[in-house]
Design a protein around this ligand. Structure first.
Ligand code: KE4
Length: 420
């Protein structure tokens, strides 16, 4: 494959954008080589500026559950464009969007739209602190909840990818309000609450971790979090930015039958445009300004174009539930291609090939993966026209646009690339 134009663009980009990218994981730092610059997407494929074509398993890191340029999303956007781009005032479709989110998840009785997953988690922990009057937050090693100052402690995703112990620029005092525990250990949570229970405002968790690579909750784990937080008067926050509307229409909380107190959403609910959301029980959400004393705001929150795309996505998924069965089937077929010695974790259409004999149940076991071998696998797949997540510590995604032929081609490429 030729990459001359991408290489030239990357050289220019590195001069005027940190690392040449607008989000660290896009820079390919942990897998080697420089990223192709994307010219366009169509369905399950993307095309770079040098004319190379790839089957895309990143899907904008999760939002594109229906693939690139789905007609339902495009027509909603064209219609929205005909009335304007932004008003900074309430619109009818924001009410429809709130109703669609509340309809999908019974635990969400009231919801606020924001512009990213980071804003959603930042607001959710602030509301939890305001509601409980407590300061401490429990998170889990390897989980990533966006670049919220106090949550960038032992975080996953780009932080794990770059091997940054913890980011600079966050005052120790902020980190001291966060208790980071191993994922999938109920005992660690029980111990933390025995010691700090009266000061813990909330536990925030990826109900299916995606940011250390895909790591499902072990049997009973989420139930234990629900029981322990309720016992101690702390809130349980499900960060479903990645899992929301992906693993089921009702998200991971539907799959596992757990009702959190607050849920954060993003990615899929924007249909590829910037939308985040946080919501939960009315008695909690009524704390949010202007209804209550917890302040949170946003110039473009509920933006008409973003909400149009998101609402079209949610309405399409509600009307076509068979999408989830297709996602399951396609992803299961693809993951069956993994050889001995590679641990595959998958829930629905989110998956990770860990280059370790496994099992991978938490951040420590994920970090035992051979990241150099993952890098060789990634580059071999890219050369074969397959674009998986450029990090061992990320999830990859199958979309409803991926065809049986896509899966067959990808499995064939993987069988060669696993031994690169
Ligand atoms: P954003 O602020 O990037 O919209 O959302 C932050 C976030 C919050 N919670 C979860 C569970 C998330 O997965 C994310 C963002 N995910 C990463 C990929 N694993 C975004 C990709 C990137 O940082 O470029």
């Amino acid at each position: 494959m030729k990459h001359a134009k991408s290489e030239e663009l990357f050289r220019r980009a590195e001069e005027i954008i940190p690392g040449g990218v607008n989000s660290p994981v896009r820079a390919f730092r942990s897998v080697g080589g420089n990223p192709p610059f994307i010219a366009r997407g169509e369905g399950s494929h993307i095309f770079d500026v040098d004319g190379n074509e790839y089957i895309d398993y990143v899907g904008s890191w999760g939002p594109l559950l229906l693939g690139h340029r789905h007609p339902a999303i495009l027509s909603a956007l064209e219609k929205a464009l005909s009335i304007g781009t932004s008003f900074g005032a309430p619109t009818e479709q924001e009410v429809e969007m709130a109703a669609a989110i509340c309809d999908a998840a019974p635990s969400i009785e009231m919801v606020r739209l924001v512009n990213s997953g980071t804003e959603a988690t930042m607001a959710a922990i602030r509301v939890a602190r305001g509601f409980t009057g407590r300061d401490l937050i429990v998170k889990f090693e390897g989980c990533y909840h966006g670049h919220v100052d106090s949550l960038l402690v032992k975080a996953g995703s780009g932080v794990a990818t770059l091997g940054i112990a913890d980011t600079q620029g966050v005052p120790k005092a902020f980190c001291d309000t966060t208790i980071a525990l191993p994922y999938n250990s109920a005992e660690a949570v029980e111990e933390a609450f025995r010691t700090h229970g009266a000061q813990i405002a909330a536990v925030i968790v990826e109900p299916i971790a995606g940011n250390m690579g895909c790591v499902p909750p072990q049997a009973g784990y989420l139930e234990a979090l629900r029981t322990i937080t309720a016992q101690h008067g702390a809130l349980l926050i499900f960060d479903e930015v990645m899992t929301g509307f992906r693993v089921a229409y009702g998200g991971a909380q539907q799959v596992f039958g757990i009702q959190p107190d607050l849920t954060t959403l993003g990615k899929v609910i924007g249909g590829g445009l910037p939308v985040g959301a946080y919501g939960g029980r009315k008695e909690i959400m009524r704390k949010v300004a202007p209804a209550g004393p917890v302040y949170q705001a946003g110039t473009l929150s509920g933006n008409p174009l973003a909400v149009a795309a998101g609402l079209a996505m949610l309405r399409y998924l509600k009307a076509n539930p068979e999408v989830y069965r297709q996602l399951e089937t396609r992803a299961a077929t693809l993951c069956a291609a993994a050889p001995q010695g590679v641990t595959v974790n998958r829930v629905g259409s989110m998956f990770t090939f860990f280059f370790t004999s496994g099992p991978v149940t938490d951040y420590e076991s994920a970090k035992r993966s051979d990241t150099a071998r993952f890098g060789r696998f990634f580059r071999a797949m890219l050369e074969r026209g397959i674009y998986v997540a450029p990090s061992q510590f990320e999830a990859a995604f199958v979309s409803a646009a991926h065809t049986e032929e896509d899966i067959r081609r990808t499995a064939a490429a993987a069988r060669e690339a696993f031994n690169a």
